[in-house]
Write a protein that binds this ligand. Structure first.
Ligand code: DHB
Ligand code: MG
Length: 222
């Protein structure tokens, strides 16, 4: 098995059942044109986020790490008419691209893009009474994933789903002595999950157009 085959299978499912539309395709094209790193979730993964958000009955969603807003669009499309999504982005450049992509998808009325380091925005979101959130997607700098997870639990509604991207990293997550700061950040996050009595969780390894990686899904108790 190799990455070319994984990508071909992702392309097959994207065309057949994921049904990525023009606004999502345009978002990926705009991100590439703007020179953003091509680390958006894959189309099948985006569709999974959409389906999980629907299954969680999401009215309010929080995303930590917008990049160009590709996953934002998938999640926002799971929201009801009066639903709301707040997405946090540290880079002004990325946020500007995300806002244009979100506007092209006609989602600007539901989505707010906040530009600041997430650990500055999260206390403000709490103070403004924007919580509780039914669905949280964490996909930002991996070093601080444990802190983002703690905030996600704090701001979560009973029964909320929390999804965390990039927890496998070519399998390096299983190497306790790995020196990479991102791998260590993810391991620190997973230790926090294990020690957190308010959530129950699992991790799925994935292959596809984004290589070998995976995500953690945690559900908050009722
Ligand atoms: C990286 C970050 C991501 O969110 C991702 O999906 C893939 C890679 C990274 O920082 O390397
Ligand atoms: Mg990611």
């Amino acid at each position: 098995m190799n990455e070319r085959r994984w990508s071909a299978v992702d392309a097959y499912f994207t065309k057949t059942i994921v049904k990525q539309d023009a606004a999502l395709e345009a978002a990926l094209a705009a991100n590439a044109t703007a020179g953003l790193p091509q680390i958006d979730v894959s189309p099948p993964h985006g569709k999974l986020l959409h389906l999980l958000a629907r299954m969680a009955g999401t009215r309010k969603a929080l995303e930590i790490g917008a990049l160009g807003g590709y996953s934002t669009i998938w999640i926002a499309r799971a929201l009801p008419q009066d639903g709301r999504l707040v997405t946090l982005e540290a880079s002004e450049t990325h946020a500007a691209v995300a806002r244009r992509n979100i506007a092209r998808a006609s989602l600007s009325d539901k989505v707010e893009v906040r530009v600041a380091p997430a650990l500055e925005s999260l206390p403000k979101i709490e103070a403004e009474g924007l919580a509780p959130f039914d669905f949280v997607f964490i996909d930002a700098d991996k070093e601080q994933t444990a802190e983002y997870f703690a905030w996600a639990v704090k701001l979560a509604a009973p029964g909320a789903a929390i999804v965390v991207d990039n927890v496998i990293r070519d399998g390096r997550v299983a190497h306790a002595k790995d020196r990479d700061a991102r791998v260590r950040g993810i391991r620190r996050f997973l230790e926090a999950v294990a020690a957190e009595p308010r959530v129950t969780a699992t991790t799925l390894q994935t292959v596809g157009s984004k290589g070998y990686d995976g995500f953690t899904l945690a559900v908050v108790g009722r």
